[in-house]
Write a protein that binds this ligand. Structure first.
Ligand code: ZN
Length: 81
Protein backbone atom coordinates (compact mmCIF):
# COMPACT_ATOMS: atom_id res chain seq x y z
CA UNK A 1 0.00 0.00 0.00
CA UNK A 2 1.29 3.44 -0.92
CA UNK A 3 1.63 6.12 1.71
CA UNK A 4 0.54 9.71 1.08
CA UNK A 5 4.21 10.58 0.71
CA UNK A 6 4.62 7.93 -2.01
CA UNK A 7 1.66 9.45 -3.82
CA UNK A 8 3.05 12.98 -3.63
CA UNK A 9 6.41 11.75 -4.92
CA UNK A 10 4.77 10.05 -7.91
CA UNK A 11 2.11 12.68 -8.58
CA UNK A 12 3.82 14.30 -11.57
CA UNK A 13 4.68 10.89 -13.02
CA UNK A 14 1.02 9.93 -12.73
CA UNK A 15 -0.10 13.10 -14.50
CA UNK A 16 2.43 12.63 -17.28
CA UNK A 17 1.54 8.95 -17.61
CA UNK A 18 5.05 7.76 -16.91
CA UNK A 19 4.13 5.16 -14.29
CA UNK A 20 4.22 1.41 -14.90
CA UNK A 21 0.75 -0.18 -14.76
CA UNK A 22 1.27 -1.65 -11.28
CA UNK A 23 2.23 1.72 -9.79
CA UNK A 24 -0.53 3.49 -11.69
CA UNK A 25 -3.03 1.05 -10.16
CA UNK A 26 -1.59 1.50 -6.68
CA UNK A 27 -1.92 5.27 -7.09
CA UNK A 28 -5.54 4.94 -8.24
CA UNK A 29 -6.37 2.71 -5.28
CA UNK A 30 -4.82 5.17 -2.85
CA UNK A 31 -6.50 8.17 -4.49
CA UNK A 32 -9.82 6.33 -4.33
CA UNK A 33 -9.52 6.11 -0.55
CA UNK A 34 -7.66 9.29 0.32
CA UNK A 35 -9.37 12.67 0.02
CA UNK A 36 -6.17 14.53 0.93
CA UNK A 37 -4.27 13.03 -2.01
CA UNK A 38 -7.19 13.68 -4.38
CA UNK A 39 -7.10 17.34 -3.34
CA UNK A 40 -3.35 17.35 -3.82
CA UNK A 41 -3.63 15.88 -7.33
CA UNK A 42 -6.37 18.39 -8.25
CA UNK A 43 -4.19 21.24 -7.06
CA UNK A 44 -1.17 19.95 -8.97
CA UNK A 45 -3.21 19.47 -12.15
CA UNK A 46 -4.48 23.03 -11.97
CA UNK A 47 -1.00 24.39 -11.40
CA UNK A 48 0.58 22.43 -14.23
CA UNK A 49 -2.38 23.19 -16.50
CA UNK A 50 -1.93 26.89 -15.87
CA UNK A 51 1.78 26.78 -16.56
CA UNK A 52 1.91 24.56 -19.62
CA UNK A 53 5.49 25.52 -20.46
CA UNK A 54 7.84 22.49 -20.08
CA UNK A 55 10.59 24.67 -18.61
CA UNK A 56 8.23 26.05 -15.97
CA UNK A 57 7.06 22.53 -15.31
CA UNK A 58 10.65 21.44 -14.74
CA UNK A 59 10.97 24.21 -12.17
CA UNK A 60 7.71 23.13 -10.59
CA UNK A 61 9.12 19.62 -10.20
CA UNK A 62 12.09 21.08 -8.32
CA UNK A 63 9.82 23.12 -6.07
CA UNK A 64 7.75 20.03 -5.54
CA UNK A 65 10.81 17.97 -4.61
CA UNK A 66 11.74 20.58 -1.99
CA UNK A 67 8.18 20.64 -0.65
CA UNK A 68 8.01 16.87 -0.40
CA UNK A 69 11.41 16.71 1.29
CA UNK A 70 10.26 19.33 3.80
CA UNK A 71 7.02 17.47 4.44
CA UNK A 72 8.97 14.24 4.81
CA UNK A 73 11.24 15.79 7.43
CA UNK A 74 8.21 17.12 9.29
CA UNK A 75 6.61 13.69 9.15
CA UNK A 76 9.75 12.08 10.55
CA UNK A 77 9.95 14.47 13.49
CA UNK A 78 6.22 13.99 14.17
CA UNK A 79 6.74 10.26 14.43
CA UNK A 80 9.77 10.68 16.68
CA UNK A 81 7.83 12.70 19.25
ZN1 ZN B 1 -3.08 9.87 0.65
Amino acid sequence: MLSCRDVSERATDLMERRLPLREWLAMKVHLGMCQACRNYMDQLRKTVGLLGDPRLRAELREDEAVRVATAARRGDSDRAE
